[in-house]
Design a protein around this ligand. Structure first.
Ligand code: ZN
Length: 170
């Protein structure tokens, strides 16, 4: 099984490279990413989190079907003015949950597994998950989306992740 890379690994701060070609190897990788996401009860996973600096994300389908979706080279084109704040966690920051402000709706362009380029409109939770995973492709974590004061307040939790691999529930 793929190992999830945790904070403060350097790869999580790197800009990921565009995928130029969808190869059988990449498709196998996606299947493994989906398994890792499921096993860790995540709703999304980005390739840098499994130590691969490429622009690939997988997202769990929140609807009736339990299919997952993989996207290559996702780019956000439009963000709604309306923003919402909600708690977010991250498999690379186990046990840490932070209120993060995100655009309520977004338009994304990306490539699918089949090599098609598509435009996706996402709102609500799906919009939030996309923005979180796309942040990973640009070296950003939820702790980079909070104020310096908020970050100072969680410095003990970050130390705990560094030393023990996760924040223990209080
Ligand atoms: Zn994350």
């Amino acid at each position: 099984m793929l190992k999830i890379i945790k904070y403060p690994a350097g790869i999580l701060k790197k800009q990921a490279k565009e995928v130029k070609e969808i190869t059988p190897d990449l498709l196998r990788l996606i299947a493994q990413m989906e398994v890792a996401m499921e096993k860790n009860q995540g709703v999304g996973l980005a390739a840098p989190q499994i130590n691969i600096s490429k622009q690939i994300i997988v997202i769990k389908d929140g609807g009736e079907n339990t299919k997952n979706h993989a996207f290559f080279n996702p780019k956000i084109h439009k963000k709604s003015k309306k923003q919402e704040t909600d708690e977010e966690g991250c498999l690379s920051l186990p046990g840490l949950f932070l209120p993060i402000k995100r655009a309520e709706g977004i338009h994304i362009s990306c490539n699918t597994k089949e090599g098609k380029s598509v435009i996706i409109e996402a709102t609500g939770l799906a919009s939030r998950i996309f923005q979180h995973e796309i942040d990973h492709l640009h070296g950003k974590l939820i702790i980079d989306r909070i104020t310096p004061l908020a970050r100072w307040k969680i410095k003990e939790e970050l130390e705990e992740i560094k030393k023990k691999g996760r924040v223990k529930r209080k």
